[in-house]
Design a protein around this ligand. Structure first.
Ligand code: ADP
Length: 484
């Protein structure tokens, strides 16, 4: 069959604009799809924070007007290229020329409902304006989740829609007084469609109206059907049946490869691990850690409950007390930062603490650590476990979401089988037991080397994911009926 034509609509995309993992997916997946022959066009708001020159963005025409009953907006066209994929950037300064993407100083912009409803409509307008005639419109998270709704209500599109959920915790919930900005009929403000406890919920609308919904790992796709993990949307997710699936993310080996990494003092690979020692030595020095025979543990990420900080803190105190060195890089909740500062004062030379966002240091921690700890409460996919496997920092993870799908637990007696250590129960004791198991295996150098090499040789690039998305696109094109 002919390759499907795809319109890929996202609110962030590397290298243009990023607040989280969605940007990495939107930056890497379209080029990977293009490499296997899929015809993809991307659409993105032209935010004020985007560096137009650095990103090679050029004006591409006067554009079009999006009309709603309560007003209209003009969108001017700009264009860039991402490894052969056209990226259309829609300019509308009073909506997007601001200091942030969704808000500033932890405060959302008060007109986000209007901003992203209009952007969603503009994506479909763009497809008509350029005559793209897509077979698939692939949208991401709440910011573009109204697109499937518009496709079935305002516009009668022939294309199929796929909504990918990168984190169900963010849904785009607004007071009913904002609903008029969607331009949608009030008959859709219904508990089976867009209404959610008296408010309008963009993500819920997208789930109901999309022809298919995907998440970023198969395990997370199963977990979010349950009350404990469904963030209030488990009902509509269950209704999706086999139209809800999970496709694991990949990583970009051009940014994350210890054999070529420009952020490291020395490079290394599964075949030649010598450079890892130099990385470890530099990391120990920068973190102010005293020499030790113990393995070096570390973690990088947001210091929030999602990332398991409430179970990490007690386990960390015990490990440090037993002489284990640990490095932490992250920013997040003030209370967790304060607890970590206290531990760093209690254990000088043992806990290296960096309360910052620092990409070079994130690379050095992956390269210099023996083990990388990710005790997440929930994890749609996660990226750091892929990086740590690739960099020979054996992951110790809670078996949830993408962590469960990507880390194969070590099996005693069969070192070739595993890539890390996993625990299930969300408790400090379970985390501690997994760390102790890893530390015990570390003492067996042959087993440890086998574990490291298993992880380093995993195929974690984007091509596998791109094949899965293409298969999903094809099945949608071939399926007869449309939602809902
Ligand atoms: P999230 O839920 O935050 O998206 P992921 O593991 O999917 O978690 O991705 C987070 C990304 O951000 C990783 O590439 C990680 O290395 C990076 N990161 C997080 N915190 C920091 C930090 N303080 N400094 C540098 N990089 C960070």
């Amino acid at each position: 069959m002919a390759e499907p034509r795809v319109l890929f609509c996202a609110s962030e995309m590397t290298p243009f604009a990023k607040t989280g993992g969605l940007a990495d997916v939107a930056g890497a997946l379209p080029p990977a799809l293009k490499r296997i022959g899929v015809d993809v066009h991307c659409v993105l708001p032209l935010y004020g924070v985007i560096d137009r020159n650095a990103c090679g963005i050029a004006p591409a025409g006067k554009g079009f007007t999006v009309k709603l009953d309560i007003g209209q907006e003009n969108f001017t066209l700009h264009r860039a290229d991402r490894e052969g994929v056209p990226v259309h950037l829609l300019e509308c300064d009073h909506l997007f020329d601001r200091g942030g993407l969704y808000g500033e100083k932890s405060c959302d912009y008060p007109d986000n409902c209007r901003r992203f409803a209009l952007f969603s409509l503009a994506c479909l307008e763009l497809a008509d304006y350029l005559g793209l005639d897509p077979d698939i419109v692939h949208v991401h998270d709440w910011q573009t989740a109204l697109i499937p709704v518009y496709m079935r209500t305002r516009r009668r599109s022939r294309a199929r829609s796929l909504l990918t959920i990168h984190n169900l915790a963010f849904q785009g919930i607004f007071p009913p007084g904002e609903y008029h900005w969607t331009g949608l009929d009030w008959s859709l403000f219904d508990w089976q469609k867009l209404e959610y406890y008296g408010k309008v919920n963009f993500l819920k609308g997208g789930i109901v109206y999309a022809d298919a919904v995907s998440t970023v790992s198969p395990a997370y796709a199963r977990e979010i059907r349950r009350t404990e993990s469904g963030c209030g949307l488990e009902g509509v997710l269950v209704e999706k049946g086999d139209r809800l699936c999970g496709i694991l993310n990949g990583i970009d080996p051009r940014d994350w490869d210890p054999a070529t990494d420009v952020h490291l003092p020395a490079r290394f690979s599964a075949g030649d691990l010598a450079g890892k020692q130099a990385c470890r030595a530099l990391l120990m020095k920068e973190a102010g850690l005293a020499p030790t025979p113990h393995p070096l543990l570390g973690t990088v990420g947001r210091l929030t409950e999602q990332k398991g900080l409430d179970i990490l803190l007690p386990a960390l105190a015990t490990l440090l007390g037993e002489g284990c060195p640990f490095v932490i890089l992250g920013t997040g909740d003030a209370a967790y930062e304060a607890e970590l500062r206290k531990l760093a004062r209690l254990f000088p030379g043992r806990l290296g603490l960096f309360l910052a966002f620092d990409n070079r240091l994130a690379h050095l921690i992956e390269a210099g650590c023996d083990m990388f700890v990710m005790p997440s409460r929930f994890e749609p996919c996660g990226l750091n476990q892929f990086y740590s496997m690739r960099y020979g920092a054996v992951p110790i993870v809670r078996a949830t979401g993408g962590l469960a799908d990507s880390v194969a637990p070590w099996t005693p007696g069969d070192p070739r089988a595993g890539t890390g250590f996993a625990f299930s129960e969300y408790t400090p004791a379970a985390l501690l037991a997994a760390c102790r198991e890893a530390i015990a295996v570390f003492a067996d150098k042959d087993a440890w080397l086998a574990l490291m090499r298993n992880g380093m040789q995993q195929d974690v690039g984007w091509s596998r994911s791109a094949e899965n998305y293409r298969a999903l696109y094809r099945s949608l094109v071939e399926s007869g009926e449309l939602m809902p």
